[in-house]
Design a protein around this ligand. Structure first.
Ligand SMILES: Nc1nc2c(c(=O)[nH]1)N[C@H]1C(S)=C(S)[C@@H](COP(=O)(O)O)O[C@H]1N2
Ligand SMILES: [Mo]
Length: 163
């Protein structure tokens, strides 16, 4: 018996839809968004893997707020460049607790900021100041001793917005 081609096309389309849905659910489960990146009026959600595409840099240190171990993440400037935000005049960070701060290009040139995505190789939970935090590895000791201000060592980062 001959099946009408429109029927076959319909079946195929339905099957593709189903596959796309399954893939969508699987991706949503495996890779939740950890960051909202806002540029002007446009926002996009990024997963840890997307944030880490410029490549991980690891540093052994103790954070003044407690956590210690191998902090790894991407250099903030590399992350911004990978998102087309290299020259953003103002990059604002907003934490889950509402704390917010911003960095200008001059401040980003003065100190090298690491956007930490992992502690000892694992995503950082909220108790350990995650999901994302900003640290200045070269200032770790001075910040613990209180000889350098750490107002821009923002933790529990949930949103980065640039303009
Ligand atoms: N998420 C988050 N990050 C933050 C803060 C905060 O309240 N929440 N306080 C900032 C300030 S003002 C300073 S001086 C340092 C140290 O904060 P603390 O002295 O309150 O621990 O962390 C900074 N990062
Ligand atoms: Mo502060």
């Amino acid at each position: 018996m001959r099946v009408p081609s429109s029927f076959r096309a319909c079946l195929l389309a339905g099957f593709c839809c189903l596959l796309a849905m399954i893939a969508g659910y699987a991706m949503a489960d495996d890779t939740p968004s950890v960051l909202t990146l806002t540029e002007g009026s446009e926002s996009r959600e990024l997963t840890l893997e997307q944030i880490e595409t410029p490549g991980l840099h690891a540093v052994e240190m103790r954070h003044p707020e407690g956590p210690e171990g191998t902090f790894s993440g991407v250099w903030l400037d590399d992350f911004l460049a990978s998102q087309g935000l290299k020259e953003a005049p103002r990059v604002r960070f907003t934490a889950l607790d509402g704390y917010t701060t911003f960095l200008t290009p001059a401040q980003r040139r003065e100190k090298r900021y690491l956007l930490v995505t992992r502690l000892d190789g694992e995503p950082v939970d909220e108790a350990a100041l995650g999901p994302l935090m900003l640290v200045v590895p070269e200032d770790a000791k001075a910040a613990r001793e209180g000889s350098v201000p750490m107002t821009r060592w923002i933790w529990a980062i949930r949103e980065i917005s640039a303009r």
